[in-house]
Design a protein around this ligand. Structure first.
Ligand SMILES: [Zn+2]
Ligand SMILES: [Zn+2]
Length: 333
């Protein structure tokens, strides 16, 4: 990418770096001062000297990273790091997730972290933050990625559980343990009247959300069920890492589904042998990436998360200066 000596945020080997404020955003290597957008493992890592995050993100970081030097900030509250005026604004991605607004000498940059524009009952909605330069994630930066209404997907999940019940099977649904599982449990409230059963790795995150006052379907722990219990007709929420593990053996007969944006492509479901794929994503889909760039009014866009070629080309065709940062941020989690 071309070098702009006055850039507010630049790419360093440790991660995104603000020279005027001497801090990194979601660094992937140890640094002294880190501003963390949200709790997913590719954005929040151990080893930083201090962590700035939102008040709502703090319990999530405590769960994922343990005790660290934390500084929690309310959404929109300005704090100063060096010469930079910094504030965190809702990203609508998971509970406590934030975009980072950086202002130096009247110039404004916003680093989105991960974000979505869809309704999510478990977190505050995305806030449009006007800026000169917008650093956008592009996890699903291809035209094929368009999300259906999540409420309708929750209805399908409930119907699938019913179909499993009729066949004497459990319905094991894989969801990322931070954000996706809680969102699915919240969206299921209108459709389900029996509790969902949780894998231990999911239960920890559900407890953090409950402590934050987020309404979700009632849940029980799989581990608390009697030995030899029949799980027929039960919805079981487990992390994707449980797929193919010995943990599954307790479900004598089960179908397996995966709730993810990647399920938009049928081949992904077939390759990984899921019986069902449910398209639920906590990231912006293709149309929302462009809507968001337009809404910010940014004249320059920098894309992250790998799938950046198509969005860069499309933005350039619209007359917007666009380039990429090669980041270490992962797929959906
Ligand atoms: Zn994320
Ligand atoms: Zn990410």
């Amino acid at each position: 990418m071309p070098v702009h000596p006055n850039d507010l945020i630049v790419l360093r080997p440790e991660g995104l770096y603000c020279p005027a404020g001497d801090f990194h955003i979601d660094p992937w290597r140890p640094v002294a001062h880190a501003v963390i957008t949200h709790g997913h493992g590719d954005h929040a890592r151990v080893g930083m000297g201090e962590y700035h995050c939102t008040t709502r993100c703090l319990p999530i970081l405590r769960w994922r990273l343990g005790e660290q030097r934390y500084h929690a900030h309310e959404y929109g509250q300005v704090f100063e790091l060096g010469r930079a005026r910094v504030s965190l604004h809702s990203a609508g991605h998971v509970l406590g997730s934030a975009q980072v607004r950086v202002e130096v000498d009247g110039e404004v940059w916003v680093a989105s972290g991960d974000y979505k524009r869809q309704h999510d009952p478990t977190c505050a909605p995305f806030e449009v933050v006007p800026c000169d330069t917008f650093i956008t994630e592009a996890t699903f930066g291809l035209p094929v990625y368009r999300w259906p209404d999540t409420r309708e997907v929750a209805r399908e999940i409930s119907q699938w559980r019913g179909a499993c019940a009729a066949q004497g099977e459990a319905a094991v649904l894989y969801c990322y343990a931070l954000g996706k599982a809680q969102r699915v449990l919240a969206e299921l409230i209108p459709f389900e009247d029996q509790p969902a059963l949780l894998h231990g790795a999911v239960a920890a995150g559900v407890e953090v959300y409950r402590q934050a006052g987020i309404a979700m379907l009632d849940t029980r722990l799989v581990a608390d069920e009697e030995k030899g219990a029949d799980f027929a007709g039960q919805l079981v929420i487990a992390p994707p890492s449980a797929a193919g593990s010995p943990w599954l053996r307790r479900f004598k007969r089960a179908q397996q589904g995966f709730a993810s944006g990647w399920m938009r492509l049928r081949g992904n479901r077939r390759r990984r042998n899921y019986d069902r794929g449910f398209v639920v994503s906590d990231h912006a889909d293709w149309p929302d990436l462009f809507r968001t760039v337009r809404d910010t009014g940014a004249r320059r866009v920098i894309a992250t998360h790998g799938n950046t070629d198509a969005i860069i080309r499309a933005l350039q065709e619209q007359g917007i200066a666009a380039e990429a940062f090669r980041t270490d941020y992962g797929g959906e989690e």
